[in-house]
Design a binder for this molecule. Structure first.
Ligand SMILES: [Zn+2]
Length: 70
């Protein structure tokens, strides 16, 4: 298991805590994008961003999530 996965990560756009997105069934395993990047949801801006294993914000993935959900 990853030891550097945090429950919260600061959103680079809104400077507030984004909460980690976990697997719906387990509610424990973090959702990842297949590259080891973890998803976080920003409640302030209501968008999703991903964070790499080294703790860097990779990109805003809001558009991708919307496409997947539609
Ligand atoms: Zn934000």
């Amino acid at each position: 298991m990853s030891t550097h996965t945090k429950k919260y990560h600061e959103c680079p756009q809104h400077k507030c805590d984004g909460i980690i997105i976990v697997d719906v069934e387990s509610e424990k395993i973090p959702r990842t994008d297949g590259h080891g990047n973890t998803f976080y949801y920003c409640r302030e801006g209501q968008h999703v961003f991903s964070v790499s294993k080294s703790g860097e914000v990779v990109k805003d993935v809001t558009s991708k999530i919307v496409i997947m959900a539609s």
